[in-house]
Design a protein around this ligand. Sequence first.
Ligand code: NAP
Length: 282
Amino acid sequence: MVDAHTTLVGVMGSPVRHSLSPLLHQAAFDALGLNWTSLAFEVPMGHAPAAVEGIRGLGLAGLSVTMPHKSDVAALMDELSPVAQRLGAVNCVVNRDGVLRGESTDGAGFLASLHRSEGFDAKGAHCLVLGAGGAARAVVLALAEAGAAEVTVVNRTQGKGADAAALAGPAGRSVAADDASGIGDALDSAALVVNATPVGMVGQDADDSPQHLLNLRSDQLAADLIYVPRRTPWLEAAAAAGARTVGGLGMLVHQAAEQIQLWTGQPAPVEAMWSAAEAVQW
Ligand code: NAP
C-alpha cells in the first residue's frame, strides 16, 4: 500500500514505458516487506539535469537510469563509484542524505547472471564480445576485473571497439568486424562469446548480422544481452551446435538486484525478482 510514508525510487529514460524496472523493484520491495515503491519517468533527451534536481528536491531514495541518459547523469553526480567513473556512465543513482552517488550495476549483473545459470567464472577465461556500446563496455570491464585472461572486442566502428577493449587493460584486444581471420582466431580460444549488439532483438533487421561469423562449439558459452525475444536466433543456432546459452533476462534481473541492495542496504530477494520477470507475457 502506498501512503504518506512510502519511499520512492524509479527509472528515468526515453522511451521508458516498456521498462520492467518498476515491476522488478516492486517485487523486491514486497518480498522484503518494505513500504517502498517504484515508478517510470519519461525524461526526454537533454532533460537529465532537471530530473536529477528532482531527485534532490523531492528526496527520492534513488533512480535507475537508462537510455539515453547514462552518460549525462554521470556528469551530474556528487560522487561516482570506481566502475561508473571508468565507464563514464551511471545506471543507478543512490541518494544518501542528499549526496547523489552514481553507480553502474550492468557489469556485476551480467557476471551474476552467468554465474547463476551456468556457474561461469571469468577468471583466466578468453572472452569475445560483439559490440562496443554502453552494454558492451560494462561487460568488457566486468570480465577484465573478474580476471579474464583475454577480452576481444569485435565492432563495426573500430575506434569504438578499441576504446572498449582498452577498458580491459592488457587483457583487451580489438578486432575489426570485417577481419574474418582475426575473429576466427579469437573464437577458437574463447570460452565465452557475448552478443552486446541489438542484432537479433525484436524489430531489428538481422541482414548484416555480425554473428554469422560465429559458429560455436559444444564447450563454449554463448550469452546474448537481448531479452526480447527471450531466445534470439543466434542463441538458437548456438544451442543447435551444442553450446550452452544464456539470454539477457538474467542480466536485467541481476543488475536490478544490485540496485535494490545499494538503495535498501539489504540483500536483494533475487528469486522473487526472477519470478516476477518470468511471469511477464512477452
Ligand atoms: P548501443 O550503445 O547503441 O551499442 C550498440 C552496439 O551494437 C554498437 O557497438 C554498434 O556498433 C553495434 N551494432 C548495432 N547494430 C549493429 C549491426 N547491425 N551490425 C553490427 N553491429 C551493430 O547499445 P547498448 O546500450 O550497448 O545495448 C546493446 C544491446 O544490449 C541492446 O540489445 C540492449 O537491449 C541490450 N542490453 C541488455 C541489457 C540487459 O540487462 N540484458 C542491458 C543493457 C543493454 P557501432 O559502434 O559500429 O555503431
